[in-house]
Ligand binder design. Structure first.
Ligand SMILES: [Zn+2]
Length: 228
């Protein structure tokens, strides 16, 4: 039987590409989170991507981090707009959601143990990890160690959990080229942190700007629809 993998899917470029990478080797169980994010419309993008790639299972876990806040994505704080790429590359922005990947990977581990699979994929990459501590290789290695200490399945010796980040050392342009090779339809994805109600991107937040730069560098037309 084909091996199974749990894949974190947000509906953006990176996670859609990570899902396509996982699909090349595994039967995929995609996991998205309704965490109180302002760009909740991304969940529709996640569902479209999963359907388009023919993923066997797509589910959304409700986990309302807006009860805590602390980020421009989960609290009533403005999303930064129109920043220079230099400014985007400096420090950890207000769109960082405290400990988000630790939380998401913990749920992915829960799911993986339940469906008896050992492989968990996420779209963390070098571009993100310049800003986000929970995308760094050391974090991913530490979480993998934790997974193998924290679960009945591993303690009983039935297998070893692996955290896969196939895009870790790719820039956005390389990710986009890889995704196109693997059949990702990027017109179904949504990167924006602050889209309108129907999912049109703002074109000015950090995530929109990094996406635009990635498509330009990849020499590919970005299919994103922007709000007027
Ligand atoms: Zn945006």
């Amino acid at each position: 039987m084909e091996q199974r993998a749990v894949v974190l899917l947000s509906g953006g470029v990176d996670s859609a590409t990570a899902l396509a990478c996982a699909r090349a080797e595994f039967q995929c169980y995609a996991l998205a989170f309704d965490y109180g994010q302002r760009h909740r419309v991304e969940l529709q993008a996640a569902r479209r991507v999963a359907q388009d790639l023919g993923i066997v299972d797509f589910r959304i876990v409700n986990l309302d981090l807006s009860a805590i806040g602390g980020s421009a994505l989960t609290a009533d704080v403005d999303v930064p707009k129109g920043r220079s790429l230099t400014a985007i590359g400096e420090g950890i922005p207000i769109t960082y959601v405290p400990a988000r990947n630790t939380i998401f990977l913990a749920i992915a581990l829960n799911y993986a143990e339940v469906i008896e699979t050992w492989d968990i994929f996420m779209g963390a990459n070098v571009l993100d990890y310049s800003g986000y501590p929970d995308c760094r290789p050391a974090f991913l290695q530490a979480f993998e160690r934790l997974a193998n200490l924290a679960t009945k399945a591993s303690i009983e010796g039935r297998g070893t959990f692996r955290i896969h980040a196939p895009l870790l050392y790719l820039n956005k342009a390389q990710i986009i080229r890889k995704g196109i090779e693997l059949g990702v339809n990027y017109s179904l994805t949504l990167s924006c942190y602050d889209p309108d109600a129907v999912g049109h991107a703002c074109g000015a937040c950090d995530s929109c700007l990094l996406r635009q730069k990635g498509f330009a560098e990849a020499g590919v037309t970005d299919p994103t629809v922007y709000a007027q």
